[in-house]
Structures are given as structure tokens and as C-alpha cells.
Design a protein around this ligand. Structure first.
Ligand code: ADP
Length: 342
């Protein structure tokens, strides 16, 4: 009669997820069928070997060893046979570590194809669109000097505005696919937050004036330099995207505030506006690409629904978090938390 343990190991062998149990000396004591397939080993050959021999990668050994003291860790590994595996390790009740392996080779391949497709498409679209835009602007200028019905001038002006939106959308698509592909290529440096915020504010000042909205910075006292590890250009882009939204959605005469607060071990940068706010039901979804709360909002003209998706990608790549706090009708506060240096 098979006992419970036999049953369990038979179930484990049916799983597509690899399962490995490691003891305190980092020796493999149990491994299911999928784990052997994923690590390209004959059935049963993982058992009795060290973690290093099983994975042939010292980073995996490090995260598993770290889990012996508790907690859980995760990493992605280029494994034998051109496979891409996600490795999740957590301390087992018996004192060792339980490791779950997920094969994401196909998923990553499809993600790469999608990103390349978007990249190619936006490249191809950008040139003709830019030409159309330039020509429309020129026609509009020329119409200004001619005696033509105002209806005609208005129609060309509408074409000009709409092509502007298309150009912006294509540029943001290109940005997003580049950021998705290049999150590993961040130029990391110690970035001082004060100058970063000032730079972003300077870039948005003209737009703020046009919107009739006041821009306010609430920075830590002078001389208190706060530094994060990051890519200054990308982090600046996050701030610009948030400020752009804050200004875009604010009624004239209101304020948009950038607040910087160290909350050890994180730095919280908030962009706070007094606009319409974001309904609770949409607060998670607005960070998805192309998501817009309400296409008919009066001041929202011309958005593409990509700004926040780009911001989230950049913040994620920095090991940070981004979220929004808002009571609908009472403004929104977009917050970015980044790990501080030292
Ligand atoms: P968009 O180009 O449409 O602004 P985003 O990704 O930047 O794209 O924002 C997605 C949606 O989130 C917006 O269309 C809007 O509905 C909502 N949103 C973003 N920022 C704000 C804000 N400060 N106040 C109110 N709604 C906002």
C-alpha cells in the first residue's frame, strides 16, 4: 500500500513546476520530475548533489543560503539548454529550503517578439507622421496669409492637432518598448534628489504657465543632500511625466506640489495636485499602458495613456514603488518610493 509521502511525490512529479528540497548543508534531498527536466538531468540525478552542482551558478547558491535564516528570495536564471528559469526559494518548515522553478523561456521569447514588433512599428510610423505634421504646419501658415474660408483653416488646424497626438503616441510607444528592453541598461549613479527635482520643475515651468497652475517645490532644508542610486535621466522622466499629468488635470489657479521626504530607508517623492483625482476603482489600473480613467475629461486632451506605464517601468527597474493616493474630487497624490543610499 502506498503511503501519503508516496502519493505526494507522485503528485509532485505531475507538476510542470520544478520542486527541489535542500537541507541545511545545501544538499539536494528531493527533486521532482520537472526539476530534472528543467536543469537537464537524468531522472534522480539531482539528489545527493550540492546546490552548486545542481544549478552551476553561485547566485542561486547565495539566495538559497540566505533563505536558511528565513524569508524568501527570487531570481531569474539563464539555465542549461537555453532555458530561462525563475527560481523562488523559501525556508522550509523542516529547516532546509524549498525551491520552486518555473520555466519562462517561452514567455520571455514572446515578450521579446512583442517588444521588437512595437519598436519596429513605431519606427516605421514615426517618419511619415513627422512629415505629415510638418506639412500640415506649413499649410496652416500659408493659409494664414490667404483669403480662404475660416472653416478650411479650422479643419487643417484639427488635422495638425490630431497628427500632433499621433506623433506623441508613437514617441511614447517607442519610449516604452525601449524602456522595457533596456531596464537592465540603466546608467546607475549616485543621484542627488534636489537638483533632479529642480531640473524637472524647470522643464515644466512653461507648461505650468500655459495652464495657469502654480508649481511649488517642498524640498528638505538646504545642505541636506539626499541621494538615491539611479539613472538621473530616467528618474527625471518619471518626475516630468507625473508633473505633466498634475498640470494637465488641474484647473487654472490651483497648485501642483512636489514634496521630497526621506522616510528611512526610503525616499518618498510625491507629486500632489488639486485636480479631479482618481477613482478608487482605477487607482491600480492607471499604471497599465493605454489606460485612461475617462476619455471625456475636459482638461485631459491629448493623453496617450502611456506616461504612467513608462513611469512604473522605470521605478520598478530602480527597485522602487509607485502608487497613487486620491479621494475622487479632491486631487491626487502620486508617490514614488526609492531606496536611499547610505
Ligand atoms: P495620459 O497620457 O492619458 O495622461 P497616463 O498614463 O499619464 O496617460 O495617465 C493615465 C490616466 O490616469 C490618465 O488618462 C488619467 O485618466 C489618469 N491620471 C493620471 N494622472 C492624473 C492626475 N494627476 N489626476 C487625475 N487623473 C490622472
Amino acid at each position: 500500500m502506498p503511503d501519503d509521502a508516496d502519493d505526494l511525490s507522485r503528485v509532485a512529479d505531475q507538476l510542470l513546476l520544478g520542486l527541489i528540497r535542500v537541507d541545511r548543508r545545501l544538499t539536494v534531498v528531493d527533486a521532482n520530475h520537472a526539476a530534472h527536466l528543467q536543469l537537464v538531468r537524468a531522472p534522480g540525478r539531482l539528489i545527493g548533489h550540492s546546490v552548486m552542482e545542481a544549478f552551476l551558478d553561485h547566485r542561486v547558491e547565495e539566495i538559497i543560503a540566505a533563505c536558511l535564516d528565513g524569508g524568501s528570495r527570487q531570481m531569474e536564471l539563464d539555465a542549461a539548454g537555453d532555458r530561462r528559469l525563475i527560481i523562488r526559494a523559501r525556508r522550509a518548515g523542516t529547516g532546509g529550503v524549498l525551491v520552486v522553478l518555473e520555466d519562462v523561456t517561452e514567455l520571455r521569447r514572446l515578450q521579446r517578439i512583442r517588444a521588437e514588433f512595437i519598436d519596429n512599428l513605431s519606427h516605421e510610423l514615426r517618419t511619415p507622421l513627422t512629415t505629415i505634421r510638418l506639412l500640415t504646419e506649413r499649410v496652416l501658415d500659408e493659409l494664414g496669409t490667404l483669403d480662404v474660408p475660416s472653416r478650411l483653416r479650422e479643419r487643417v488646424a484639427t488635422i495638425d492637432v490630431e497628427t500632433g497626438h499621433l506623433v506623441q503616441m508613437v514617441n511614447e510607444l517607442l519610449d516604452l518598448s525601449r524602456i522595457e528592453q533596456a531596464t537592465t541598461q540603466l546608467h546607475l549613479d549616485d543621484v542627488e534628489i534636489g537638483p533632479l527635482v529642480q531640473g524637472a520643475l524647470a522643464r515644466m515651468r512653461a507648461f505650468a504657465e500655459r495652464q495657469g497652475v502654480f508649481l511649488v517645490a517642498e524640498l528638505p532644508p538646504q545642505g541636506q543632500a539626499i541621494t538615491v542610486q539611479g539613472d538621473a535621466e530616467r528618474l527625471g522622466q518619471v518626475l516630468v511625466n507625473l508633473l505633466h499629468n498634475g498640470l494637465k488635470f488641474s484647473p487654472p489657479g490651483r497648485r501642483v506640489v512636489v514634496r521630497v521626504e526621506p522616510v528611512d530607508p526610503e525616499l518618498i517623492v510625491s507629486v500632489i495636485d488639486e485636480g479631479p483625482g482618481v477613482p478608487k476603482a482605477d487607482q491600480q489600473r492607471i499604471f497599465e499602458r493605454f489606460y485612461k480613467v475617462d476619455r471625456a475629461r475636459p482638461r485631459a486632451g491629448g493623453g496617450t495613456g502611456l506616461g504612467l506605464a513608462i513611469a512604473r517601468h522605470i521605478v520598478d527597474a530602480h527597485g522602487g514603488r509607485i502608487w497613487v493616493e486620491s479621494d475622487e474630487g479632491h486631487g491626487a497624490s502620486f508617490r514614488v518610493a526609492l531606496p536611499m543610499v547610505g
